[in-house]
Design a protein around this ligand. Structure first.
Ligand code: HEM
Length: 115
C-alpha cells in the first residue's frame, strides 16, 4: 500500500516537474518573460507532492538522506515563492525568470545525483 502511494506521488511529482520546466522553456521561447499557468501549477505541485514524498514511505534504511530532503524542501518553497506571487504580472525581469529556470534545473539535479 505504502509503495503504491509513493509511486502515485512520484508520478504526480514528475508531472509537476514537466509542467514547471516545460512551461518555463516554452515561455522563454516566446521571448516574453512572464509566469504562465503551467509554471504556477507545476511549482505548487512540486511542493505538495514533494513534502508528501518526504514521508517515511520506503521502509527502514531506504529513506532519502534527511539533508537532501531539507535542501529540496527549501529550494522547492523558494521556487514557489518566485513563481506563484508573480502570476498576475504582465512581465517579469529576465534575471528573475532565468533564476527560476536555473533553480528548477538545480533542484532536479539534486533529486537525481544526490543519493
Ligand atoms: C521544483 C522543485 C522540484 C523538482 C524539479 C524536483 C524534482 C524531482 C525529481 C526529478 C525526482 C525523481 C528523482 C529520481 O527518481 O531519482 C524527485 C524525487 C523526489 N523529490 Fe523532488 N523535486 C522538487 C521539489 C521537491 C520538494 C519541495 C520536495 C520536498 C522535500 C521533494 C522531495 C522529493 C522526494 C522525497 C523524492 C524521491 C521520491 C522517491 O524516489 O521515493 N521534491 N524530485
Amino acid at each position: 500500500m505504502k509503495e503504491a502511494i509513493r509511486l502515485i506521488l512520484l508520478y504526480a511529482h514528475l508531472i509537476g516537474f514537466a509542467l514547471l520546466l516545460g512551461g518555463a522553456v516554452t515561455q522563454w521561447l516566446t521571448g516574453k518573460f512572464r509566469v504562465n499557468t503551467a509554471m504556477v501549477i507545476g511549482a505548487a505541485t512540486q511542493v505538495v507532492t514533494g513534502l508528501a514524498l518526504a514521508a517515511p514511505l520506503r521502509g527502514e534504511g531506504h529513506e532519502p538522506p534527511t539533508a537532501k530532503l531539507i535542501v529540496k524542501a527549501v529550494l522547492g518553497i523558494l521556487i514557489a515563492g518566485m513563481v506563484i506571487p508573480l502570476r498576475k504580472r504582465e512581465e517579469i525581469s529576465k534575471g528573475h525568470f532565468l533564476g527560476i529556470l536555473g533553480m528548477v534545473l538545480g533542484t532536479a539535479a539534486v533529486a537525481v545525483f544526490w543519493h
